[in-house]
Design a protein around this ligand. Structure first.
Ligand code: FAD
Ligand code: UDP
Length: 396
């Protein structure tokens, strides 16, 4: 082997000038430049590389993959979610089975308490919430009557205030929703689409789970490990700490998939789309348990909206415990699109522009300005993949 490689080298040395010029066999270095290594970007990278053999460069300006679902072991060795609690739940078998290729799961049903009138009571509001709050012992039928007696019927349910007040009346709305929403969004519930508070149901039974989806589980070894498995393919190159604008001119690629904020992509041509931000305050406590529930919501009393204790979510055993407080902010990293009519109008303009931009696909919570959960983003990315792949196959 050594001899033959030496021989080749000598041949090369003897005739350097008649070597043919290196032939560029690919028109592009990459088939796809993917901006953002969160759920949307990672699903597309994985599908395009694994299913179609495409060459993909995935770029993220952060120092890690996973987007907002990123988790890591903190200084105490406790698995925490850097950008706040992420609980996986879905009714889509397709999404669950897709992700199951990259992770095992830990069964987990999420539960939340709200701190109201000096008590900790279940949220979503259920039979036990009402009985505890008012010192009653109603049954399911009686609590239904109770809700009917306090509800303020509305002809049209348009806003996030209407949703709640029409179901449980003004007093419960003020105790559980008004303060929390004003804090979280910097807007009154009457200024937000109904879809925001409609995420939280009202129950007349004792079911105290936050979600009732058919699949509810946490990735057994964490989200980041799941993303590592998704992106571990020789055709996928990952570039971190890089804003795509720094490299887009230098990297040739056939198409772009963009999962950052859509207004930023178009240099804010139609003005800024509001995205709500959060500041996370992480703490580790020298005790094995900090609070009595995985998440406690503080609708009225504090500057933060909720406190999460991660060990409940992950099942990790440790003699210390880590928690995170969420402080809503107007400025900072974009986390939530703000669902209300005037923002939908601005987004409509960007969407028209996006649809008219050849060879760029927009996907995910920031690029399509949708208050999507993780599973909805995965479903959206799988749909985009199907569109892209059928177009490519159609071309062949
Ligand atoms: P992201 O995860 O935001 O990924 C986009 C990536 O693009 C980011 O990493 C960003 O750095 C990168 N990027 C942006 N611009 C550029 C650029 N110019 N150059 C390079 N990179 C760029 N969902 C649930 O299902 N369950 C939950 O319990 C849940 N809890 C949540 C709690 C909080 C506090 C938040 C904020 C969200 C929560 N979500 C939850 C929603 C979930 O985070 C999102 O649905 C999902 O992470 C969106 O994925 P994405 O890929 O669209 O966006
Ligand atoms: N909400 C509230 N009180 C609560 C929980 C939720 O007012 O105790 C409202 C609030 O407007 C919040 C929205 O319902 O932003 C959606 O709640 P969810 O827990 O789904 O928020 P996320 O986990 O997406 O931050």
């Amino acid at each position: 082997l050594i001899e033959s490689s030496l021989a080749t080298r000598q041949d090369n040395m003897q005739s350097p000038t008649i070597e043919p010029p290196s032939i560029v066999t690919r028109e592009y270095l990459f088939d796809y430049l993917i901006v953002g290594a969160g759920f949307s970007g990672s699903v597309l990278a994985e599908r395009l590389a694994n299913q179609m053999g495409k060459k993909v460069l995935i770029v993220d300006k952060r120092s890690h993959i996973g987007g907002n679902a990123y988790d890591h072991y903190d200084n105490a060795g406790i698995l925490v979610h850097k950008y706040g609690p992420h609980i996986f739940h879905t009714n889509s078998r397709e999404v669950f089975e897709y992700l199951s290729q990259f992770t095992e799961w830990r069964n987990y049903q999420h539960r939340v308490l709200a701190s109201v009138d000096g008590q900790l009571v279940p949220i979503p509001i259920n039979l036990d919430t009402i009985n505890k709050l008012y010192g009653l012992s109603l049954n399911s039928f009686q609590v239904e009557e109770f809700f009917a007696s306090v509800a303020e019927p509305k002809d049209q349910i348009l806003t996030s205030e209407d949703v709640v007040v029409s179901k449980v009346g003004r007093e419960l709305y003020e105790k559980f929703f008004r303060g929390y929403t004003r804090k979280q969004w910097g807007l009154d519930p009457s200024e937000l689409d109904r879809s925001v508070t409609a995420r939280v149901p009202t129950r007349t039974n004792r079911d105290d789970r936050y979600f009732t989806d058919s699949y509810q589980a946490m990735p057994l070894h964490g989200y980041t490990r799941m993303f590592e498995n998704m992106l571990s393919h020789p055709n996928i190159k990952i570039m971190l700490n890089t804003d795509y604008r720094e490299i887009e001119k230098a990297i040739s690629c056939r198409e772009t998939i963009y999962s950052g904020p859509v207004d930023e992509f178009f240099d804010f041509r139609y003005g800024k789309l509001p995205y709500r931000s959060l500041e996370f305050k992480h703490e580790t406590h020298n005790t094995s348990v900090h609070q009595v529930a995985p998440v406690i919501n503080y609708p009225n009393d504090q500057l933060y909206t909720r406190v999460t204790e991660f060990k409940y979510l992950t099942g990790q055993e440790h003699n210390k415990t880590s928690i995170v407080y969420e402080f809503p902010r107007a400025e900072g990293d974009p986390y939530y699109p703000v669902p209300r009519a005037e923002n939908a109008e601005i987004y409509k303009q960007y969407k028209a522009l996006a649809d008219d931009t050849p060879n760029v696909h927009f996907v995910g919570r920031l690029a399509t300005y949708k208050y999507y959960n993780m599973d909805q983003v995965v479903a959206q990315a799988l749909t985009l993949y199907k569109q892209v792949s059928s177009k490519v196959l159609g071309r062949v």
